[in-house]
Write a protein that binds this ligand. Structure first.
Ligand code: NAP
Length: 553
């Protein structure tokens, strides 16, 4: 084994966040290495190779803007880039900025222990190598580690089982096979039309019907491309100024929405049709109160249900595909031909609320009432959101605790970036930041820059470590909960809501707008990191010097 090497920063993960992190930190003169457990870079865009996988945010905005030259020279071929093109783009960035030598692929971090005496993390990789680092930056995303399939009998199946989020790089034979897919989130909805075209038969095992909106993928908007090329930094400004989550994309010919009641019924329908025609996440912003007022929400929800009824010819099937919950309380799914695919002869729906899955057998899936013979089972069950990859990295502080050990009633962070008790440990796009609600390219850039500024501040001022003060973290965690209280989506059942055994619910991402979030995080950085403990070595309990601004409230 090579001797332990000392770094300034270890980055875990080489996806959207990790690639920019190694670039930025090395530009800052820091000695940095990234560990990527997959055998190549790309993160979710490497792992999620299922048929039909593509992004659901406009490519002109789902991209790096840190380099105007990079922005101008890369030509996306479609409005919503495919997984393949996104992976090509990330590889292009790695090569263009000569980052490959800073990334160790095929090497998982399997342990990271904070050593207070050295003010460093001792990091162990899966290949047995060890390094130390002053700072540990998790760039592992929030939807990386697949959710366990607690479906009895899966190991007995004699056919093939694949997960949508671990789709083999050399593909899966679909032609002429009887396929069953379990899970009806974004991954399933994107995959279904493509699988159905090739499979002999496709059975979709649905627990919950979700809203899907036509993506309206097509050629790139050249006019918008030219506008953004003229000054790519405006994209970051657009994102930072977003009062909503920052993933809805820029612009609507209708302007900012007003309350639903401010429009006449005719105007309401016009707005709905216009946003529907634009496609994508624009249906999140028809009425200003659709996320908080049930009546306003019902207008949007029923509009979409009617579109489903108009598309799916079998009225009984159409009703089963109509979601029953308020729209937008889960991230809207974007599809290309999902509901149209349901008119095919070779597709059938298994409503597993009516007829629950009993077990997987050697030959297929046995529900309570029926057996489905299958050659291939696709699991599109989602992820161990927010905590999966942090737990996998096996991080321990000096008390032997893991960052998530205090998260039993929901994640607790300061700004989604740091966790009390874990010095110099950063989570890019972590829980308590806009995270999964927002466009993850600008958000990762913003967070990486924030961390780089923070490290510079520590170094310039002779500090060796930073971590949140418990009270400041409590206040931020409470604020994250409070801004979500009025949202209908707090009552939703997806991975963004932490549900406690006593019935209480905690909304995990920051839902108070990117603008408010960035303003707070900028102020914290500009005023000497109020709310954080800064130390000059293991025995130094001191804080930042001089006058300190108020911690984030
Ligand atoms: P997901 O949205 O969490 O959906 C998981 C699905 O699996 C749900 O339908 C869920 O049912 C079902 N499920 C889970 N456990 C089950 C069980 N034991 N039995 C039966 N059904 C079960 O996961 P995803 O589709 O992978 O998407 C996750 C997130 O990734 C999305 O919200 C999106 O943000 C992102 N994503 C984005 C894109 C894109 O950019 N285009 C594509 C894919 C994913 P219930 O709904 O009843 O819980």
């Amino acid at each position: 084994m090579p001797p332990t090497e000392d770094f300034d920063v270890v980055v875990v993960g080489a996806g959207v966040g990790g690639v920019y992190a190694v670039h930025k930190f090395s530009q800052e003169g820091l000695k940095v290495v990234a560990f990527e457990k997959a055998d190549q870079i790309g993160g979710v865009w490497n792992y999620n190779r299922y048929p039909g996988a593509r992004v659901d945010v406009d490519s002109l905005e789902y991209t790096y803007v840190f380099s105007p030259e990079l922005y101008r020279e890369w030509r996306w071929s479609e409005r919503y880039a495919s997984q393949k093109e996104l992976l090509e783009y990330l590889n292009h960035v790695v090569d263009r900025f000569d980052l490959r030598g800073l990334i160790r692929t095929g090497t998982a971090v399997i342990g990271a222990d904070w050593r207070p005496e050295a003010q460093r993390y001792a990091v162990t990789a899966g290949d047995g190598s060890t390094v130390t680092a002053r700072f540990l930056v998790m760039a592992t995303g929030n939807l990386s580690e697949p959710r366990d399939a607690a479906i009895p009998g899966l190991a007995d199946f004699k056919g093939e089982v694949v997960r949508s989020s671990r789709w083999p790089a050399d593909g899966v034979e679909l032609t002429g096979r009887r396929v069953g897919i379990i899970g009806t989130g974004s991954s399933c909805v994107q995959a279904v039309p493509v699988i159905a075209e090739q499979a002999e038969h496709l059975h979709v095992f649905q627990r919950t019907a979700h809203y899907s909106i036509p993506a309206r993928n097509g050629p790139l908007d050249q006019g918008l491309y030219e506008t953004f090329c003229a000054d790519p930094s405006q994209l970051r400004a657009l994102w930072k100024g977003s009062k909503l989550y920052g993933a809805e994309g820029s612009g609507s010919p209708l302007g900012a929405p007003k309350l639903a009641a401010a429009y006449s019924p005719t105007e309401q329908q016009e707005r709905l049709e216009t946003q529907w025609a634009l496609g994508g996440q624009k249906l999140h912003v028809v009425f200003a109160d659709q996320a908080t007022d049930k009546a306003a929400n019902d207008l949007v929800a029923e509009f979409v249900r009617n579109k489903i009824r108009q598309t799916v010819k079998d009225p009984v099937l159409a009703e089963k595909l109509c979601p029953k919950y308020p729209i937008g309380t889960r991230r809207l799914i974007l599809d290309t031909g999902y509901y149209e695919a349901w008119n095919r002869e070779n597709m059938s729906l298994v409503d597993i609320l009516e007829d629950p899955i009993d077990r997987v057998t050697e030959r297929g899936i046995k529900t309570r009432d029926q057996h489905y013979d299958l050659d291939l089972i696709v699991l599109a069950l989602g992820f161990k959101a927010f905590v999966g990859e942090i737990d996998q990295a096996n991080i321990r502080n000096e008390k032997g605790l893991s960052p998530t050990s205090a998260w039993t009633r929901g994640p607790r962070t300061l700004l989604g970036l740091m966790t009390a008790g874990f010095p110099n440990f950063f989570t890019l796009t972590g829980p308590g930041s806009p995270s999964v609600l927002a466009n993850l390219f600008p958000q990762n850039e913003y967070h990486v820059d924030w961390v780089a500024d923070c490290i510079k501040y520590l170094d310039d001022n002779g500090y060796s470590s930073i971590e949140p003060e418990g009270e400041a973290q409590d206040r931020w965690t409470n604020r994250v909960s409070e801004v979500a209280l009025r949202l209908l989506r707090l009552q939703g059942n997806d991975y963004m809501v932490h549900r406690n055994a006593d019935g209480t619910r905690v909304f995990i991402p920051w839902a108070g707008g990117v603008d408010a979030y960035a303003k707070t995080a900028d102020e914290v950085a500009a005023t000497g990191y109020p709310g954080f403990k800064l130390r000059r070595g293991a025995d130094d309990g001191s804080k930042t010097p001089g006058a300190r601004a108020a911690a984030p409230a």
